[in-house]
Design a protein around this ligand. Sequence first.
Ligand code: OXD
Ligand code: MN
Length: 644
Amino acid sequence: MACKKNATCACKAAPKKAKTAVAAKLPTQHQELLAWVKDFAKLTQAKDVVWCDGSKREYNELCDLMVKGGVFTKLNSKKRPGCYLARSHWSDVARVEDRTYIACANKEDAGPNCNWIEPAELKQTMTGLYKGCMKGRTLYVIPFSMGPVGSDIAKIGVELTDSPYVVVNMHIMTRVGTKVLKQLGAHGSYIKCLHSIGSPLKAGQKDSTWPCAPIEKKYIAHFTETAEIWSFGSGYGGNALLGKKCLALRIASFLAKQEGWLAEHMLILKLTSPEGKSYNIAAAFPSACGKTNLAMMEPKIPGWKVETIGDDIAWMKIKEDGRLWAINPESGFFGVAPGTSMDSNPNAMRTITKNTIFTNCALTDDGDIWWEGMGVPAPAHVINWKGEDVTLTVNDQGKKVYANAKGEVGPAAHANARFTAPATQCPVIASNWEDPAGVPIDAFLFGGRRPTVIPLVNQAKDWTHAVFMGSAAGSETTAANLSQIGVVRRDPMAMLPFFSYNTADYLLHWLTMPLRTDPTKLPKVFFTNWFRKDEKGFMWNGFGDNARVLKWVCERIEGKGKAVETAIGFLPTPDAIDMDGYVDAGRDAACLKATMEALLSVDVEGWKSEVAAVQDSYKKFGARMPFALTAKLAEITKALEAAK
Ligand code: OXD
Ligand code: MN
């Protein structure tokens, strides 16, 4: 970490001599980048400027600094070597979707799924907020690469931030430092990412452990037409680690449309059959549908192997062979902790045994972390995510809960508590996960949490049908009354929080993919639903048993795999899914057979309502909605009418 009190520093107190001495060793020859950093340092009145080199030393020094400042607690180095716990402010615990903005010239280009603000107006507001916002703080310059440095699919960004927490998280989640500046050279292009926690420090003022701005001052802004990200007021996750949702999804998907590629909210996994044939599958599920679990799954069918390439984002380009090649632009996992256990995701649990940053988890008396759903008994006493001493008590309903000294009850870990862990630590990371060329994608999965109607798996009949399926994705927001379809939050292609331009235009972009290549070379597309319920509860085990569905997907890729053509797509015949060794303690053989039949058949009445609901969800896009999708909708409706 090189602190340059030099031309890039706005610090008036910097001695003249130092300025000239270090100027010779500027971190980059990129004059435009140097000038941009200098201007921002001046605007924010940062106390000094540090160019991050991405070294282990820099990471350790910043962690030590945060331990000293009370921001980080070092965990028990026997139990969790190299691990730290941070607690955020109670008001800064998740992505703030209603403070996330898309700024482009025409409101219609942002469309109904984006919060739009006119770019000049937003820049004026935010420039006002940035003025003096780093007083008393260091401005860190983080050059980072999304994707392996030098990959033809990768992109370089530079984040300017006053948060050391952001720097160390970016170290894990992206490739940071000198190697990136070298790749950028003197004239390379990069995406400008401005970030401030929005909490200047007065001289002598004691810092808080999680400084941030009040909610009405938080802005997560994307100036799509100039590919700039401006973030203010939050230090948490996707609001602040700007390589992730802001760059790799919102800005990248905007660029992808212009440049003819895809930037998607998808995991990438490599599945290998007992015969040794590998398939690459990318899957888009809304948040909280188990993307990380699927990406690291331990298959329950002998001989099949899953390896991880990515758990959240895929960038995909058509290459000379006509196939779609994907990279994971990230280099770490920013996973939701609660619910992660040796049952739900053993490989994630193994990944986070060392060198991991935990945020908003509970701290145990022996210096380890704990969360609800971890699969280990709740300790009698922990420090909860708010930093309070809480003890395990039994409430009126006989349930064990944590209570503080005032008797107030609440979860020990925040529901959105996270771990930030290096991808290389995942025991099932694929050996080729960093191949700069990427991997060719064989299949796409779309999905969501749908307790009723939607079958376990359904293959699209053609590309337009595939895009239709993606457009209809979503999860039920309420516990469904089984006699009716619950409230579905439509989340097209699982991109709802990440759209940066009109969803109708996004779907049109997907529809044009077959015009860019030999359509037979595009991935086969499936819709999966692990979450169907009946009176006995979940109808499908999920987790490692999902490999059974993936096996059928591979068979379909090979042109095998028994299926029946229905009004809604190709469904597996009742015997097509390998159920050898499948156990559901609550269902005997006869019940299981009936359950599978229900999971793999068309609920015609339910589907008529489903199609009507999808049609309804299209209305807000008006004439901008691609005709091909409305036509597909009409075709399915007609087929359903004929299906009885
Ligand atoms: C995430 C999300 O954090 O999708 O990955 O919300
Ligand atoms: Mn995500």
